[in-house]
Structure formats: C-alpha cells, structure tokens
Design a protein around this ligand. Structure first.
Ligand code: 5GP
Length: 113
C-alpha cells in the first residue's frame, strides 16, 4: 500500500526537504510539535516497525545517523533532541511508512510530552 510519503518521495506532493540521498529522505513535518520537527524516512516503503526484517538493519541505522547529522548541521545536537518512531494505533502512528521524528529546539519531558 502506498502512502503520502511515497508521493513525497516521488515529488507528487510538495514537501520542505532538508536532506536526501539514495536511501533516505528528510523533510519538515507539516504539523510541527517543536521548533524543529523533521521526518526522516527510508525510500523503501516499510509500513511499520513490526515489518522490519534483518535486511533493513543498515537502513534503520542510516535513519538514526541522518538524524544526528541533521541535528549537528542545524546546531542543536549538543543541547539535545528527541528521536522517536511511532508504531500502529497505540503508538500514535498515522502514516504507514516508517519514519523517525527528529524534534529539537525545546526541552522535552519524559514520559509524557
Ligand atoms: P505518525 O503519527 O505516523 O508518527 O507521524 C506522521 C507525521 O506526518 C505527523 O507528525 C504529521 O504531522 C505528518 N504529516 C502528515 N501529512 C503530512 C504531509 O502531507 N506533509 C508533511 N510534511 N508531513 C505530514
């Protein structure tokens, strides 16, 4: 099943893209929950974390490395940031193409908010 993220990858829907390589795309979230809120997605459409396989391990590592690199480039790596992935209904997932949320520029609390 294709999602709107496939349409963003294929440039059928516009997005504010901040990083792209052969395997990964990163763009600003349309409804930011922090001063910086970037979605980092694999170009390979994997629906949920539950659908991950051994062959995807390097790709998921690359998503995280991309998050850290963007945080460094944008200057908030040392202050800190939050990276998370939602899974299915209870996790709050709404787009079924795995993505990291990279959020920075404010203090986060744990476990809520
Ligand atoms: P999820 O809830 O699946 O973890 O995250 C999906 C995210 O995609 C949400 O934070 C939502 O704001 C974002 N989103 C939904 N539609 C669009 C869109 O068309 N463009 C962009 N840039 N982000 C979107």
């Amino acid at each position: 099943m294709t999602t709107l993220f496939t349409k963003i990858i294929n440039r059928e829907i516009p997005a504010d893209i901040v990083y792209e390589d052969d395997d990964v795309l990163a763009f600003n979230d349309i409804n930011p929950q922090a001063p910086v809120h970037i979605l980092i997605i694999p170009k390979k459409p994997i629906a949920t974390l539950n659908d991950l396989t051994e062959e995807d391990l390097a790709l998921v590592g690359r998503l995280h490395l991309t998050a850290a690199n963007i945080a460094k480039q944008q200057g908030f790596a040392e202050e800190g940031y939050r990276v998370l992935m939602n899974c299915n209904e209870h996790g709050g997932q709404t787009v079924y193409h795995i993505h990291l949320h990279l959020m920075g520029g404010r203090q986060f609390t744990w476990p809520a908010g």
